[in-house]
Design a protein around this ligand. Structure first.
Ligand SMILES: Cc1cc2nc3c(=O)[nH]c(=O)nc-3n(C[C@H](O)[C@H](O)[C@H](O)COP(=O)(O)OP(=O)(O)OC[C@H]3O[C@@H](n4cnc5c(N)ncnc54)[C@H](O)[C@@H]3O)c2cc1C
Length: 569
């Protein structure tokens, strides 16, 4: 009889599948307080006046570093929202079904008041405090930030119509999350969306063809019936939307609920969900209004000035969200490099990798500093508005710096995500690293709510409307005058850029880039450690750097810059 001889590895006592040891891989980055370990953010929130939120942000940071970061973000993206147009009996329902992880993220956002803090808190600098919380929560995932932002941003627009604000503001600022499609008054809370973009025009919303017809008289606050479509309408399960539509008086803004006051469904019909590059946990839809009921918000024909209040606040969040995304890139890149060795050294100790990592850290810190300074401008502008001041310095700075900041920081995001991804080598290209998700998300903030050119032109518009805003902006930048010759020279060159108004539109991107770099340079020179400010000024202002990350000049304190931004694990 034949016998099967014993395999050599069995004889040696080893498992048959054991071909190798796994080593030289980074350990999972778990249990990190994603707020407290973000030193540039902690310093910025204290500097900009909202230090009171640190303990609370740290509690959120510890929470986010657990399940939200490890599980929820991934699950919400792997299990994409599904459109259910009909129920099993054939009734039209127009609902979108989400994975439970999406609802967990939304609940986290609402319970932590990311959508409401500036409208409800009695503490100083609540916008600044909220920015720190928002940046912390977004370390888990970016998609849910879209409806959270729209719910936050709708409040100042709602206030254009006091009776609608009285009805809806308590609902959108409630800190409970209830995704059911039932009357918001029954739930005691609401999520808001916005629908402006149509097929024939998104930037140019005045080309909207959707029509609103008054049901009984018309005018501000009056009921209307709306017929038309929207080509992009994100978070279509929201409880209500601000919608632009044409009236006899011109483009006007409307508040359109999904559920009518009698409990029935509004004629708000979802056509399909967008198959998007990224942001896949969030649903973005195409919708049609077949005689949908809505009430006019603000004055007839003043749709753009009314909704612009909402748009401005969403642009602020584009900047804060971009800083959050860059932080995710820095954390992953530095963590991997600290634990992975190649050619006899840890990657973080390889001179060229140090240059790449330090450059990524500098960019993320410059973006964080700008975002937090901008958030404080919203606090100061609000204080002035409460004191019935119009066109105050803070209000002018906020208006201009929002456009400047959104253009520049959002433009810097995709390459930052790509370079962070590449620091992980091939593993960074693999979904389970989370880096492809970061990379796919990165271009969105630049497109949404004013694409790059539109933001550059918006800067020129702000300058034309109020020439004094340039003075106010430069006064902020020049607070660092004399501290760094490279910054001083850049500010002088920037001023010259405004010398030839005839070609200003063609040069708008360059001018806005110059403004953003001077503002970031000024903030870092005043507030960041000299290593960070020095690297920024050399590479971004004095031209001693290349077109790619990792081109800081030799002599920069690479180690110090990385150590400051690296999560400790
Ligand atoms: C994921 C996602 C979600 C979205 N969610 C919503 C939503 O919830 N609600 C909503 O209303 N919209 C939403 N949008 C739409 C978004 O706001 C628009 O796509 C954006 O405003 C650009 O409009 P558009 O697509 O019509 O492009 P266009 O206006 O056609 O612009 C195309 C390009 O031309 C440039 N351009 C435009 N005008 C000028 C000019 N005068 N000079 C030079 N260049 C110019 C723009 O910068 C852009 O690069 C969403 C978009 C995305 C991608």
């Amino acid at each position: 009889m034949a016998t099967i001889s014993q395999a050599p590895h069995e004889a040696a006592g080893a498992a048959p599948w054991k071909t190798h040891e796994v080593f030289n891989q980074a350990p999972p980055l778990e249990g990190v307080d994603v707020f407290a370990s973000n030193t540039p953010l902690v310093e910025a929130v204290q500097r900009e006046g909202a230090g009171w939120v640190c303990e609370r942000a740290s509690e959120l940071g510890r929470f986010v570093g657990g399940e939200p970061q490890q599980q929820w973000g991934r699950l919400a993206n792997e299990n994409e929202p599904v459109l259910r147009l009909f129920d099993r009996y054939g009734h039209r329902i127009d609902e979108v079904e989400f994975h439970p992880a999406w609802h967990q993220l939304m609940k986290m956002g609402v319970e932590n008041e990311l959508h409401s803090l500036p409208w409800t808190s009695e503490q100083p600098f609540p916008h600044t405090a909220r920015a720190a919380l928002y940046m912390t929560a977004m370390q888990a995932e970016a998609g849910f930030a879209c409806p959270i932002t729209m719910t936050f941003a709708v409040v100042p627009a709602l206030r254009a119509q006091p009776e609608l604000a009285a009805e809806w503001e308590p609902l959108v600022t409630a800190s409970t999350y209830d995704p059911r499609l039932v009357p918001a008054s029954e739930k005691g809370c609401a999520i808001a969306g916005m629908a402006m973009t149509e097929k024939q025009g998104g930037s140019d919303v005045r080309a909207n063809t959707t029509v609103a017809t008054p049901l009984n008289g018309g005018g501000a606050g009056a009921e209307h019936e709306i017929v038309g479509h929207k080509w992009f309408c994100s978070a279509p399960m929201s409880d209500f939307f601000l919608v632009l539509a044409q009236t006899d008086d011109g483009l006007s803004c409307f508040l359109m609920p999904r559920i009518l006051p009698d409990g029935s469904r509004n004629a708000f019909h979802i056509q399909r969900l967008k198959d998007k590059l990224g942001n896949r946990s969030n649903a973005s839809s195409e919708v049609e209004f077949h005689g949908a009921w809505a009430r006019m918000l603000g004055e007839p024909g003043r749709g753009v000035p009314t909704i612009i209040e909402m748009v401005g606040h969403t642009r602020l969040d584009c900047v804060i969200g971009t800083a959050a995304g860059m932080r995710v890139g820095v954390v992953n890149a530095t963590h991997h490099a600290a634990h992975r060795s190649a050619f006899g050294k840890r990657l973080i100790d390889q001179p060229l990798m140090r240059n790449v990592l330090a450059d990524l850290c500098v960019e993320a810190e410059a973006t964080t500093a700008l975002a937090m300074r901008l958030a404080r401008a919203y606090d100061e502008a609000q204080e002035d508005a409460d004191a019935h001041e119009d066109s105050s310095d803070a209000q002018l700075f906020k208006r201009l710096a929002t456009a400047v900041g959104k253009f520049w920081t959002c433009k810097r995001a995709p390459n930052h995500a790509f370079e962070s991804l590449e620091c992980l080598g091939g593993a960074g290209y693999v979904e389970e690293s989370g880096m492809p998700r970061l990379y796919r998300e990165a271009p969105l903030a630049s497109i949404w709510e004013g694409s790059g050119n539109v933001m550059s032109l918006d800067v020129l518009r702000a300058l034309t409307r109020s020439p004094r805003s340039l003075e106010v902006f430069l006064a902020e930048v020049e607070q660092a005058s004399g501290a760094d010759a490279r910054l001083d020279a850049s500010v002088a060159a920037l001023k010259e850029q405004f010398g030839d108004p005839a070609t200003l539109e063609q040069r708008a991107r360059r001018v806005v880039e110059g403004m953003a770099l001077c503002l970031q340079g000024s903030l870092l020179v005043r507030h960041a450690p000299s290593a960070v400010a020095d690297a920024f000024c050399a590479s971004r202002l004095a031209g001693d750097g290349g077109l790619e990350y990792g081109t800081l000049p030799a002599g920069v304190d690479f180690e110090g810059i990385i150590a400051r931004s690296r999560p400790q694990s």
